[in-house]
Ligand binder design. Structure first.
Ligand code: GDP
Length: 591
């Protein structure tokens, strides 16, 4: 997008706040101009090129339609899940549905308190039920409209869901304590929401506190490209006190405004699809799962497949525990009747028969097996090939460095590299070691993690191994930029990489005279191979790394042993094995 003289290039449609930013005018001014032209619009509303052309004309610009909209498209190419879900639906049947909101923010900034305060607006309004059950999500009513809240705050849950391919939330409410300001997890949360392309608004919490400093927080937000609306920006910032229940109504109204400008729709009569929010096993009732319906209408008696669990729904309860017959889009429901435990983030769908359900589950189990064996890393080495094959549009990066002083030059060097044909997108740049959250974000966004003078935590490393996330550690900036530059040009030499070929669990430990202590294992995934490398984990700690020197199956020496089989494993000169330890078997090869 560029302006030349008083010519102004505009896309086919543009959000008012973006247009205001482009012509450097206040959005309020713009809205007033639109009103005098008979167009009633809010700051987050999208207007078409023709309308935008008229209004910018009033400021002396001549609007021309942008030649291509490509560069403005979602950088990561990510299409929100609900859009994929309703892709096959007839657009004329799509109806507005309640927005699904999740609350993110730094620890102790008041996420839980805010969720409680919002939930209580219902109770205060004299709603039946009074005490709401915790089912992982709830709904409140505002101005006759419903809003659905996901009840597990924090970006770990949010991104875990995304990593599984689901996207429950339509809107992120970022909680920032007015007395504490933007903190590391606030920045992390922003990165997660941005990577997921979910619109964000801010609840400026704890304004009741004597040392609350809203202006300082707004300044910090502005520095992170979340310019508050009352400063002429596009981020709605609502002051609240979760403790004193102030500003909650404004927050809910704000959510509805953001929802209105984001076309949150579904077909209530369409294919029934949604996301598993949580599941637990109840001794007497069996599997209790909370489902968020995202398209179609779920009914009691429906046969549902969720992940690799399925079953006929015996009962559907709403978030207050009240039995209901039907649940439309954006409704969270507690259901009983599934045969197995689905995982949070699994997609569910309604099928026509138990036979169909069984077939889908069988297919999925098979596909999951193949996937875990062939899961391809998004590695720097593969980048060029992926871009050439049209599988990736650019390179997503997460940068972790030891100090801010090294982070800034790294980011600016990388931004320079990203000006070429293949784009570079820095999703998150922060100081500190590489942890679970970074790896989750990378897994969900198909990103590579670059560490500069930092290490990966044991947890982070394990997760990266499991999720196939490439972590690259550097100590010299030019080595890093050199690698990335080469990758962007497809010139990176293949390097030796580790490939996980299998995992096993130690069931018992026994002593065999020849080997010392032997681990009796069950292969849970892939295969174990004699001569390959192994790591032994106890909980999150790696306690041994070395060669897998002996492998036996029922007293026979074997070269390899596959998933589902039991075996005896011995390690060279290492005996401290315990039942419950986890074994990861890997080989090192040219990538
Ligand atoms: P979370 O970690 O983000 O879920 O934060 P919590 O909701 O657990 O709140 C952390 C602490 O801040 C608790 O002691 C709350 O009582 C307190 N708190 C939350 N909201 C407010 C508020 O609006 N005002 C004040 N003064 N304290 C609050």
């Amino acid at each position: 997008m560029s302006s030349n003289g008083n010519k102004l290039e505009l896309p086919a449609s543009i959000v008012i706040r973006d247009l205001a930013q482009k012509i450097e005018k206040s959005p309020i001014d713009l809205i007033k101009k639109l009103m005098t032209n008979g167009v009633m619009a809010t700051i987050n509303q999208t207007i078409d090129f023709d309308t935008a052309a008229i209004v910018v004309g009033e400021y002396g610009f001549e609007a021309v339609l942008e030649a291509t909209e490509e560069e403005n498209k979602v950088e990561t190419g990510e299409v929100p899940l609900w859009r994929q879900m309703i892709a096959g639906e007839n657009t004329s049947l799509l109806k507005a549905r309640p927005p699904v909101v999740t609350i993110l923010g730094h620890v102790d900034h008041g996420k839980t308190s805010l969720l409680d305060a919002i939930r209580q607006t219902e109770v205060a309004a004299g709603e039946a039920g009074g005490i709401t059950q915790h089912i992982g999500a709830y709904q409140v009513e505002k101005k006759g409209r419903l809003i659905t809240f996901l009840d597990t705050p924090g970006h770990a849950a949010f991104t875990q869901m995304r990593a599984r391919g689901a996207q429950g939330a339509d809107i992120v409410v970022l909680v920032v304590a007015a007395d504490d300001g933007v903190m590391p997890q606030t920045r992390e949360a922003i990165a997660h929401a941005k990577a997921a392309r979910v619109p964000m608004m801010v609840a400026l919490n704890k304004i009741d506190k004597a040392n609350a400093n809203p202006d300082r927080v707004k300044q910090q937000l502005a520095e992170l490209e979340l310019v508050p609306d009352d400063w002429g920006g596009s981020t709605m910032v609502v002051p609240v006190s979760a403790k004193q229940k102030q500003g909650i109504d404004d927050l809910l109204e704000g959510i509805l405004l953001v929802a209105d400008s984001n076309e949150i729709k579904a077909n209530p009569a369409g294919k029934v699809i949604g996301t598993v929010i949580e599941a637990e096993l109840d001794k007497s009732k069996g599997v209790l799962a909370t489902l968020l319906v995202q398209n179609g209408t779920l009914e009691a008696g429906d046969i549902v497949v969720a992940g690799t669990a399925y079953g006929k729904l015996r009962a559907i309860n709403d978030h207050k525990g009240k039995p209901i017959k039907k649940a439309g889009p954006s409704t969270p429901v507690a259901v009983m009747g599934l045969s197995g435990m689905p995982s949070a983030g699994d997609i569910f769908q309604v099928v026509s028969s138990e036979k169909e359900a069984r077939n889908i589950v069988a297919e999925r189990t098979e596909a999951a097996k193949t996937l875990s064996q062939t899961r391809k890393k998004v590695s720097l080495e593969d980048l060029f090939a992926n871009v050439q094959a049209g599988e990736a549009k650019g390179l997503n990066l997460i940068i972790k460095a030891d100090v801010q002083g090294s982070l800034d030059p790294i980011v600016s060097e990388l931004n320079k590299l990203g000006e070429g044909e293949i784009g570079l997108h820095i999703l998150h740049a922060e100081t500190g070691n590489i942890g679970n959250n970074d790896v989750m974000l990378a897994a969900a966004s198909k990103a590579i993690i670059i560490g500069f003078n930092v290490q990966a935590d044991v947890d982070g490393r394990r997760l990266a191994e499991k999720e196939g996330v490439d972590i690259r550690l550097y100590e010299i900036i030019y080595r890093m930029t050199e690698d990335i530059e080469k990758a962007l040009k497809g010139m990176l030499e293949p390097k030796l990489v580790e490939k996980v070929i299998g995992r096993a669990q130690v069931l018992e430990v026994f002593t065999a005279s020849k080997f010392g202590r032997v681990a009796g294992c069950k292969v849970t995934d892939g295969e174990l191979r004699r001569g390959a490398r192994v790591r032994l984990f106890r909980g999150a700690d790696m306690i041994y790394e070395g060669d897998l020197s002996s492998l036996r199956h029922e007293k026979e020496d074997v070269k390899e042993i596959r998933q589902g089989f039991e075996c005896g494993v011995g390690f060279k000169s290492f005996n401290d094995i315990q039942a419950g330890d986890q074994l990861v078997c890997y080989i090192v090869e040219n990538s």
